[in-house]
Design a protein around this ligand. Structure first.
Ligand SMILES: Cc1ncc(COP(=O)(O)O)c(C=O)c1O
Length: 473
């Protein structure tokens, strides 16, 4: 089993913050000063673990193309890269005897791969949800009829409707494609319960684990368990290993069948001018030279998360969420979305608006006056965000027309602050303090909105990027 030992002694959650690459990096503020960046955009991408960087540095002297080289470096690199697949299988609790792990670019590519490979016809049905990131919705729409399970007013999935849809279309539903955790509210879906209903209706379940895997212990469960997750996918860049790898996990027999959706080198056993014989999974679906470094980095990051323990990660994030909500609800005029007392079933994603202030304005002030990295807008989950905001169909129509006419200034949205396993109370305190300043009107800048992008920019904020990073060419 892959094990990279470069730091001796037991690892605790408390060690991780100091091991985050760039944790103290100063960033320029509008008033000309600098302050260490406060990274509250972990749901988009996390910074890297130092241990991941050190693992890659140790591996690079051994780096070589994998699978067909005869030299020692290629043999070693192949061994290490293949083992990274096993690390991922173990991390998501997949039986390695019956499942395969396919390394792709990210979760988006994984869902596209699965939808492309599922042999769907226009008569087939995939049930997804109105909570999904577009990456777990649009790929399915290309192939078959997609039914979106509705959302309750509080933002949770309407499980009764999901069940009813499954009953109604029993036998025609090929997949239930559901997010493991929402990138908007952080709500964790009851995926094992949904799996039972999906299996009863003759469907498979795919769990988009892009937001779940970095925050919670996952288990796909044994194949013969009715609660078993058939397929899942995750992104390494959300798991402290931002080197361009995603993993799709699913039954080996599924990927052994059918044609690969992308063909070329690596996917074949033997080729004649007339024919090609496909390789075994996962190679059949990893076309071209794979991202070896990305795979190694993902395995290293998983090693760190496992050493710390996903239970410890979940506990810490749950406590921090409680702390954050207690503090945030005291900010005058704040509207919190996906608020719940059930933090055990919510990952560290906090979405909000400040009454009367454009989400983009708030995000811009946080960035340039607070040095706080958040995100705003509709976060690639437009239907869900609009649901949470209570946008009416008429308003939606108007916003759509405006956007198509090149004006995003009125697009509705939210601000999102998202936690990582290394986030702490000081991060939350800084966010809350800035929000209070904003509400008291104590921000300094003059902000103007770009109608085409909808983004606000502060007059006079044009830091020299080259002072902070440039290529040494
Ligand atoms: C829930 C969810 N699914 C899928 C994705 C897509 O992930 P990626 O951009 O890594 O393909 C994201 C990204 O934010 C996400 O939050």
């Amino acid at each position: 089993m892959f094990r990279h030992i470069d730091d001796s002694g037991p690892l605790t959650l408390g060690d991780l913050r100091a091991d985050i690459v760039g944790i103290d990096t100063p960033v320029p503020l509008l008033d000309g000063t600098e302050r260490p960046y406060i990274f509250l955009d972990n749901a988009a991408s996390t910074p890297a673990f130092g241990r991941v960087m050190r693992c890659i540095a140790d591996f690079l002297p051994w780096y070589s193309g994998v699978h067909r080289g005869t030299g020692f470096k290629s043999v070693l690199a192949t061994d290490i890269f293949d083992a990274a697949h096993d690390v991922v299988a173990r991390f998501v609790g997949a039986d390695p005897a019956t499942n395969t792990v396919i390394f792709l670019k990210n979760t988006t590519e994984c869902v596209n791969k699965l939808a492309n490979r599922a042999g769907l016809t226009p008569e087939d049905i995939v049930i997804t949800t109105a909570m999904e990131h577009h990456s777990n919705d649009l790929p399915w729409r290309k192939h078959c009829r997609v039914i979106h399970c509705g959302i309750l007013p509080d933002g949770h999935l309407d499980l009764a409707q999901l069940r009813a849809d499954l009953q109604k279309h029993r036998g025609r539903v090929k997949f239930v494609a559901v997010t493991g955790a929402s990138n908007i509210t952080g709500f964790v879906s009851p995926v094992h319960e949904i799996a039972v209903w999906a299996h009863e209706a003759g469907a498979k379940i795919f769990v988009d684990a892009a937001q779940l895997a970095p925050h919670r212990q996952m288990t796909m469960l044994p194949d013969d368990d009715p609660r078993h997750i058939d397929f899942t996918a995750l992104s390494a860049h959300k798991m402290y290993a931002p080197f361009g790898t995603g993993a799709l996990i699913g039954p080996r027999v599924f990927f052994a069948q059918g044609e690969p959706d992308m063909v070329g080198g690596g996917v074949v056993e033997i080729v004649t001018l007339e024919s090609a014989r496909w390789n075994n999974p996962p190679h059949k679906d990893e076309a071209g030279t794979p991202n070896v470094i990305g795979g190694v980095a993902l395995a290293a990051a998983i090693g760190v998360l496992e050493a710390v323990g996903m239970d410890a990660v979940a506990r810490h994030e749950t406590e921090l969420l409680q702390y954050a909500y207690d503090a945030l609800e005291k900010v005058p005029g704040i509207v919190l979305y996906g608020r719940t007392k059930d933090f055990a079933h919510k990952v560290g994603t906090i979405t909000f608006n400040l009454d009367g202030k454009h989400n983009s304005l708030v995000a811009a002030i946080l960035g340039v006056e607070g040095g706080i990295g958040v995100r705003n807008g509709c976060f690639c989950a437009h239907p869900y965000v609009k649901h949470m905001l209570g946008v009416t169909p008429e308003e939606d129509q108007r916003f759509t027309e405006e956007v198509l006419a090149g004006n995003k200034s009125n697009m509705p949205g939210m601000v999102r602050a998202s936690l990582g396993c290394y986030s702490n109370e000081a991060d939350i305190d800084a966010l809350v303090a800035m929000l209070q300043r904003i509400q008291r009107g104590e921000y300094r800048g003059t902000y103007r909105q770009n109608m085409a992008s909808g983004a606000f920019h502060a007059d006079g904020y044009a830091p020299d990027v080259a002072r902070y990073f440039r290529y040494h060419l």
